[in-house]
Design a protein around this ligand. Structure first.
Ligand SMILES: [Zn+2]
Length: 281
């Protein structure tokens, strides 16, 4: 059956445009409810083909979207959290960490890596929401600080992708210290003229918003992302007033001058490349 054999060589999808997705799986958009093939969805940078809803994705997927050929060097991949406060809630903190590592396959809520983006070197720290709500503990802070140091050492831009519920309560004060630590590194990057871009994704809240996420040379966001410090209920009770429509959405923040621009994930890599070309030599 000659017609059954592939005779023309070289008809194949280039590796960089292949996305890992098994056959026969479907994705239902939580926003418009449209059902689409998971491959169609992943080829669309995990945004809905119908309403453009941006699904929450992990660091591995952002790295795949941004680094050329998904090639990068990860830093401090094995760094894990200790238990300085011997914290216990429904579980002991070390047990919670151990269980989360097993469940998610991640070591903590942030990964840092460097590699080429359209042929130019960049350092990226990206948060993972599935690891205790993307909470910022000492490992997250340290990995980000070291990523920033790497960017200064290589004299290349630093990109932070935030996705976080805020500080990690099990590390209390140690968690809050990460805000100061990362902010100090950002000041150093500024002195050394190393560009810092902060991309906020859904959701970016609490101590993360109050520190590195809002300190970028450019503060940008994905469409529809929730960005804020405290939750709407707390604010409503504090100020004793109803909150305006769309409060804490990326679009609201853009309108009120907190963001420089909103970027569609499908255009993220190209827009970042263009932006960095404009501001670097
Ligand atoms: Zn949709």
């Amino acid at each position: 059956m000659t017609w059954f054999k592939r005779q023309d060589k070289g008809i194949s999808t280039p590796t960089e445009s292949k996305k890992e997705a098994p056959d026969g799986l479907w994705y239902q958009c939580p926003s418009c409810k449209k059902i689409q093939h998971i491959r169609e969805h992943s080829n669309n940078s995990w945004t809905c083909i119908n309403c453009n809803y941006h699904e929450r994705i992990d660091a591995a997927r952002y790295f795949e979207l941004i680094f050329d050929n998904n090639e990068f060097k990860e830093m401090d991949a094995d760094m894990t959290s200790s238990d300085p406060l011997e914290f216990v809630d429904t579980k002991k903190y070390p047990e919670r960490i151990k269980a989360t590592i097993k469940k998610t396959g991640l070591k903590d809520a942030c990964r840092t890596a460097y590699g080429q983006m359209n042929g130019s070197l960049i350092v990226i720290s990206c948060m993972d929401f599935s690891f205790i709500g993307g909470s910022m503990g000492s490992v997250v802070g340290e990995k980000i600080a070291r990523g920033m140091e790497k960017a200064m050492e290589l004299n290349v831009p630093f990109l932070m992708i935030s996705k976080s519920g805020g500080a990690r309560m099990m590390e209390a004060g140690y968690s809050l210290m990460q805000m100061a630590k990362t902010s100090a590194k950002i000041a150093l990057m500024d002195q050394k003229k190393v560009p810092y871009i902060s991309l906020m994704t859904d959701p970016t809240t609490g101590g993360v918003t109050a520190s590195y996420a809002m300190l970028g040379d450019f503060n940008i966001s994905e469409p529809g992302a929730l960005i804020g410090f405290a939750g709407p209920r707390v604010i409503r009770e504090t100020i004793g007033k109803d909150l305006p429509e769309g409060f804490q959405s990326a679009e609201f923040l853009l309108e009120h001058g907190f963001l420089d621009f909103i970027v569609d994930r499908k255009e993220l890599k190209e827009k970042l490349t263009k932006l960095l070309k404009m501001i670097t030599k």
